[in-house]
Design a protein around this ligand. Structure first.
Ligand SMILES: [Fe+2]
Ligand SMILES: [Fe+2]
Length: 515
């Protein structure tokens, strides 16, 4: 059994021979050297596990050889046993200083040499094994730490991605306007990936044959507004079938699919993603490359798909909301036409009041939600007249006190009609209070000044303006100038800021006598 390599260095060939032969018999592999310089060369290529080294050597003495060995064997894995005829303590000390592990005095017994070699090599092998294990462990720990850091980085990124997705879903669920949904959607894509440009093509109805440009960022609308994608062929059909984020430069594309993909690619888009509702393609989002020119990673493409799914839900919700609003409005129109059928003199009144009130709300600068409430309130303001007898509404002469009382009940009756209709409840206040006066002498609640909501004050101005400028059973219509004059003088009734806005609308031609 080979136990290791031993280099024997001595200028006396007899000594070398005795030792090497004994070692070989014991199973060691040996190499011999007779001077210091040669010993170092053999140390380098033979790579001994132990060196037996004479002190007195030609060219380089044993101490210097030992020093050199130590500088090459930094782990002190290779034991050096020095041999010398001179056993004075100083010489021994010098040997230990230069890195020798042991000292044998000449003449020596071969048995002693073999016992020391055995002992040192078994210790050295133990140390070597320990260090190897140590290095292995250190390597594993380092790898573990690197893995941990990498996993941590990936997790952190995932958390951020999930956060962005969560925020987006929250935003999109809150929004009811498709334009706003689209805006947030684009900003998310641009903010998350640094992509530019971004564009959305969508179908306005589920039976539309074509997807048309709905909006974008980082590209001029005019470039894409004439471009449309048929849903039954080409890129749209391909992307609906695959339902994945598609690289527009993919060499799998051919024919019409490739032609359409190339067109978008030439405009700076690199990927597209389908928006699908119940296996119906409702839109396609085109996304440009990253501003930092890096490619999208697999994870990023997955995130783009998730963002598009959220946006699809948001856009669908907004579309359904708009559809619902349409349904509400047509319900209101039916209700209004019922009143106007009863009251021939007020035909067109509701529509005009609605138009004036909407223009006033816009001129005042109300937000979209408030404008919507004003619009509903104006359309419904006289709904309570459904409860007023037709003969009173259409009576050409003066009304009796009792008849006036019935007419004056219409705001309250109207508010009662709509108060249980969830989608109209915000308009309830405008219906109930459109006959209130700033001085508190109006009806039904006698509210004063700011107690009357802005919406109700707007409807009051619009309502009176139309009443004055329309034919009534008991008089002919007044001109706009006369109407404004009346509204201006009745400071106890009307909010003069709103009257002023009405003047402005007339002066700028947004309300004209011919309309
Ligand atoms: Fe009224
Ligand atoms: Fe009215």
């Amino acid at each position: 059994m080979i136990k290791g390599n031993v280099l024997v260095v001595d200028d006396d060939p007899n000594v070398v021979e005795i030792i090497t032969e004994s070692l070989k018999n014991r199973g060691y592999v040996t190499e011999s050297s007779y001077n210091g310089e040669d010993a170092l060369k053999k140390f380098d290529w033979f790579k001994p596990d132990l060196v037996i080294l004479d002190v007195l050597l030609p060219r380089l003495d044993g101490f210097k050889v030992c020093d050199e060995i130590r500088s090459r064997d930094i782990h002190r894995d290779v034991p050096v046993i020095m041999i010398s005829g001179n056993a004075i303590p100083d010489t021994m000390m010098e040997g230990f200083k230069s890195g020798a592990q042991d000292y044998i005095k000449k003449p020596f017994s071969v048995k002693e040499v073999l016992a020391k070699v055995d002992s040192f090599l078994s210790q050295a092998s133990g140390r070597k094994n320990l260090r190897a294990q140590n290095e292995l462990l250190e390597g594993e720990i380092q790898k573990g730490q690197e893995d941990y850091k990498r996993i941590n980085r990936v997790l952190k990124k995932k958390v951020l991605d999930m956060r962005a997705l969560f925020d987006l879903s929250q935003d999109l669920n809150r929004l009811q306007d498709p334009e706003e949904v689209m805006h947030i959607f684009f900003l998310t894509i641009i903010g998350q990936f640094g992509s530019s440009p971004v564009a959305l093509f969508s179908a306005t109805g589920s039976h539309e044959d074509y997807l048309t440009y709905s909006g974008g960022k980082g590209i001029q609308d005019s470039i894409l507004s004439a471009f449309r994608l048929s849903r039954s062929v080409g890129l749209a059909k391909y992307i609906l079938r695959n339902q994945e984020v598609l690289f527009l430069g993919s060499d799998r594309l051919e024919g019409d699919v490739k032609r359409e993909a190339d067109f978008m690619r030439n405009l700076g888009f690199s990927h597209c993603c389908p928006l699908v509702v119940k296996s119906d393609l409702t839109g396609i989002v085109f996304i440009g490359g990253k501003i930092n020119k890096q490619k999208y990673s697999k994870n990023e493409l997955e995130l783009i798909k998730s963002i598009c799914t959220s946006a699809t839900t948001g856009l669908e919700n907004a579309r359904l909301y708009a559809q619902l609003q349409e349904t509400y409005l047509s319900t209101i129109k039916v209700l209004v036409s019922t009143i106007e059928a009863k009251d021939s003199y007020t035909r067109g009144h509701t529509e005009r009041v609605g138009r004036y009130a909407n223009l006033l709300a816009e001129e005042i600068g109300l937000d979209k939600k408030s404008r919507e409430i004003v619009s509903f309130g104006a359309a419904l303001h006289d709904i309570g007249k459904l409860g007023v007898y037709e003969n009173i509404l259409n009576k050409p002469g003066e009304l009796t006190d009792h008849e006036w009382e019935i007419v004056r009940s219409h705001p309250e009756v109207g508010a009662n009609i709509i108060k249980n209709m969830k989608f109209l409840e915000s308009a309830c206040d405008l219906v109930r209070h459109h006959h209130e006066r700033l001085d508190g002498k109006g009806y039904p609640d006698g509210l004063k000044g700011d107690e009357i909501s802005l919406g109700a004050r707007i409807v009051a101005v619009a309502d009176s303006f139309d009443a004055i400028t329309s034919d009534r059973p008991y008089r002919k219509a007044h001109s706009y100038a006369e109407a404004i004059e009346q509204l201006r003088t009745k400071t106890e009734k009307f909010d003069q800021d709103i009257v002023q806005k009405l003047v402005r609308l007339i002066e700028t031609g947004r309300i004209t006598e011919s309309t």
